[in-house]
Design a protein around this ligand. Structure first.
Ligand code: SF4
Ligand code: SF4
Length: 437
């Protein structure tokens, strides 16, 4: 694998230097109980209940699950299924705001005395992978400490448009430092490395300043090549270690944590306020006033765009996340989720794709792939529904970064095909398992 591959993308990070705004006046919020990977949380409130900012409204239903907290004060108006961007439905709790944003007085800093209580606190904070992954963060830290020697903080933020992690690194280094000191006290990491892309000078300066007051914390300047934020790529560039296929960072002694995730943990440890708000980058050609905005989780996308001066034209596509790995927002009443880092309203000009033509076997897709995969061959194997060949070509390793599609001169839908191929393999595996039952 050659992690130095990848692709240079236009950055379009025009919001990086603009001040962050805060949206508090929302009429209502809708909080799905499934904003994370794993088992959905279970509602513990009913229609008509009064809640405050930080009140527990849904509790985790297993180890890999995460609690949900009210992000405004007011009354529970509705508990009903909504369609999520992955096409699945999940119950969501709608709270009508009383406009007061009253803090729940039970939200007090947790007592952390050892590693166990620290992991419990991370779970209770409601924090999940805020860079987009949505994996419950306490599960990542719930490992045998003898297996890990390095903590890698992901400040790569390599997708075009998105600058919300930059906002965290520039404006919330105090929360990050608090979390790092607590984690260091209970894990004894040999090194903590914060990875930031070289072009992000303000974030590098802020992180270097923070690191200068701490022990065993360093800032690693990363190449400006997409996708630096992918876990395997980041671990390689910060430690030189290669994560084998099918393995996790912990298998090479690392825990990877996004910088905004870290800040949210620090905020909870310091103040007792769980995850109830999120800074997101609002951008795209259809947005009147692009900027970073801190919003209560559950705020409707329509309200977020309205706060940013509204939409200047009908967007062709609205995305949760960036243009490379983001997913389409089903409709503008869809809420900001825990792991939403951007809301992009893109114009037809921005989303226009040239016509797809035949593969010319140029090899550009394989050259661009950070994992050395061969997307053209994968597409051929998928067309033939050849499961054995797909395994041989390691399609499961694909992190769906989109580099191959981006560079393909024939505009072939390579990343889309890889996603379908991975689903196909899962279905084949399920069929095999059924046969042996
Ligand atoms: S989408 Fe998958 S195959 Fe394409 S470049 Fe990224 S990792 Fe490689
Ligand atoms: S980049 Fe496109 S045209 Fe070139 S080999 Fe890959 S799929 Fe074919």
């Amino acid at each position: 694998m050659n992690f130095l591959k990848g692709t240079r993308l236009p950055h379009r990070k025009g919001t990086a230097d603009r001040p962050t705004a805060r949206l508090t006046e929302v009429r209502e919020v809708t909080l799905p109980v499934q904003m994370h990977i794993g088992a959905p949380a279970v509602p513990v409130v009913k229609v008509g209940d009064s809640v405050k900012v930080g009140t527990l409204i849904a509790e985790p239903s297993g180890r890999v699950s995460s609690p949900v907290y009210a992000s405004v004060s007011g009354k529970v108006k509705k508990i009903a299924d909504i369609v999520l961007s992955n096409g699945k439905t999940a119950p969501a709790i709608t709270i009508e705001s009383d406009g007061m944003m009253t803090r729940d007085e039970s939200a007090v800093p947790p007592a952390v005395t050892d590693r166990k209580t620290l992991i419990e606190a991370v779970r209770d904070s409601g924090v999940v992978g805020l860079g987009g992954a949505g994996f419950p963060t306490h599960v990542k830290f719930d490992v045998d400490p003898a297996r890990v020697d390095s903590l890698i903080i992901n400040g790569a933020e390599c997708e075009p448009y998105i600058t919300s992690d930059t906002q965290t690194m520039v404006e919330r280094s105090e929360d990050m430092a608090y979390a790092l000191k607590t984690l260091q006290a209970h894990f004894d990491f040999q090194r903590i490395v914060i990875g930031v892309e070289g072009m992000n000078r303000r974030a590098i300066r802020s992180m270097q300043e923070m690191a200068s007051h701490m022990e065993r914390v360093e800032v690693k300047v990363l190449p400006n090549v997409y996708p630096q934020g992918g876990e395997k790529v980041l671990v390689y560039h910060t430690t030189g270690r290669t994560i084998p296929m099918g393995k996790l960072p912990v298998d090479v002694g690392c825990i990877v944590c996004n910088c905004t995730t870290l800040a949210a943990i620090g905020n909870y440890l310091r103040t007792g306020m769980p995850l109830v708000e999120k800074c997101i980058t609002v951008d795209g050609g259809a947005v009147a006033s692009p900027q970073n905005v801190i919003v209560p989780i559950g705020t409707a996308m329509a309200d977020v765009f309205e706060f940013c001066g509204g939409l200047t034209q009908e967007p062709d596509k609205v995305l949760y996340g960036g243009p490379m790995m983001g997913v389409t927002v089903p409709n503008l009443s869809a809420p900001v989720l825990k792991n939403t880092n951007a809301a992009l309203a893109l114009t037809a000009k921005e989303t226009r794709l040239p016509k797809t033509t035949a593969c010319i076997r140029c090899g550009a897709c394989a050259n661009a792939c950070p994992f050395g995969l061969t997307p053209a061959a994968i597409a051929q194997a998928y067309r033939k529904k050849d499961a054995a060949r797909l395994e041989e070509l390691s399609v499961r390793t694909c992190m769906e970064c989109g580099c191959c599609s981006f560079v393909c001169p024939a505009n072939r839908p390579l990343v889309q095909t890889n996603k379908l191929a991975k689903i196909f393999l899962q279905e084949e595996k399920a069929k095999e398992e059924q046969k042996h039952e």
